[in-house]
Design a protein around this ligand. Structure first.
Ligand SMILES: *Cc1c(COP(=O)(O)O)cnc(C)c1O
Length: 388
């Protein structure tokens, strides 16, 4: 049987995969069993932040693999401690909890918020308010947080204590806070799976000041937007915000599973011994990978991310069949006249990998994608969008 046939027979039917089998790659290029080369404008959904098998990343990972691959969290290891220090130094957060995915990073954020609210305001202050159209993960709790009913349908009952608001008027949040006992607001500054939707600057600031006034914690889900994706280390920095808790994952370790929940001074000691844990979380190999990724995300790389984002907007805006280009840095959404899956399928046939998010074509290329490949991919995307 072919790889595709084996997969179709034995892997659960949760993914509607594209008809391509990848074997290897380098940087922003992937190679398939069809002998073709593909330019990667999706980076494994914003995960391979330095591209495929970046030399320095491979070295950092292999050196760690050959020294020590796992200890459990019963012991101290250097990569984990150094990574926590680096994340705190870059953000001002005081403590980090490591897990293995975005959903788990959010689960931890929610646990911290509920325990804090219980201590400070009372154990009935457990409601977490998230936004319509948000995406926070696939566990039963983070599904409850996700403000898209289509994901909820077959899996009731979900974890109680989540209320969704529309990211339009602060009055709705005020009404919710009057009706429910709210522990935290949780937002993505740019909704990713919801269709690359940046939240309104004033709305986010009103939300934060309302939260501050009512002792409601603010959680920013930076799973997709974090680690340089938007041209800043974290997307909340574009908004000049100071969240109480930030979760991240996807691009953090450049292709190995790692989630992180960062806690501000206010909540740094909320979790005590035994309150939370993860067998794999903070694994030395994943942390060594993340330490290398962070070492590469400097001001120069971040300004290149911004510059390449501008190039994408400039090249695509006004092109035939393209209605609008939105997003920040290398997190881009394209509204097309054609059906988005037709565009993405045509791009695939022409050797360019793109993503979709709701009604948009979504681009999340590696932060270090070379400009020549970027222009090459944009030409293909334009061609696909221009078709009737
Ligand atoms: C992808 C994503 C998640 C879930 O991350 P997993 O690693 O798949 O659990 C959560 N929040 C946001 C904003 C995401 O983009």
């Amino acid at each position: 049987m072919s790889i595709t046939e084996l997969d179709k027979q034995y892997v659960a039917n949760t993914y509607n995969r594209f008809p391509v089998e990848f074997t290897h790659g380098k940087g922003s290029v992937l190679y398939g069993t069809d002998g073709k080369k593909y330019i990667d404008m999706g980076a494994g959904i914003g995960v391979t932040s330095l591209g495929i098998c970046d030399d320095g990343w491979v070295k950092a990972v292999t050196e760690q693999v050959m020294k020590l691959q796992h200890t459990s969290n019963l012991y101290y290891t250097e990569p984990c401690a150094l990574l926590a220090e680096e994340l705190c130094k870059r953000t001002g957060f005081k403590k980090v909890f490591f897990s293995n995915s975005g959903a788990e990073a959010n689960e931890c954020a929610i646990k911290v918020a509920r325990k804090y609210a219980a201590q400070v305001k009372g154990s009935d202050y457990s409601t977490v308010v998230t936004l319509n159209n948000s995406f926070h993960g696939r566990t039963l709790t983070t599904l409850a947080a996700t403000g898209q009913p289509k994901f909820h349908e077959d899996f009731q009952p979900l974890t109680p204590g989540f209320v969704h608001a529309t990211a339009e008027s602060i009055y709705e949040l005020e009404a919710i806070a009057a009706k429910y006992k709210v522990a935290a607001f949780m937002i993505e500054c740019i909704q990713g799976e919801g269709g690359v939707v940046p939240l309104d600057y004033d709305y986010v600031h009103e939300l934060f000041s309302f939260a501050g006034y009512h002792k409601i914690l603010t959680i920013v889900d930076e799973v997709q937007t974090g680690n340089g994706r938007t041209g800043k280390m974290y997307s909340y920095m574009n908004y000049g915000l100071t969240p109480d808790i930030v979760s991240t994952a996807k691009g953090l370790a450049g292709g190995l599973p790692l989630g992180a929940t960062m806690m501000s001074e206010k909540v740094q000691n909320v979790l005590g011994y035994g309150d939370h844990g993860s067998t794999f979380g903070g694994n030395p190999v994943c942390c060594a990978a993340a330490n290398y990724v962070l070492s590469q995300i400097d001001d120069k790389l971040l300004s290149e991310v911004t510059e390449k984002g501008e190039i994408i907007k400039k090249e695509l805006t006004g092109a035939k069949g393209i209605v609008k280009v939105v997003g920040l840095g290398l997190m881009v959404g394209i509204i097309t006249e054609r059906n988005v899956s037709d565009v993405v399928n045509d791009c695939l046939k022409k050797g360019v990998l793109c993503l979709t998010a709701h009604d948009k074509v979504r681009l999340l290329p590696a932060l270090n994608i070379p400009k020549d490949l970027l222009y090459e991919a944009l030409a293909v995307i334009k061609e696909a969008c221009a078709e009737e």
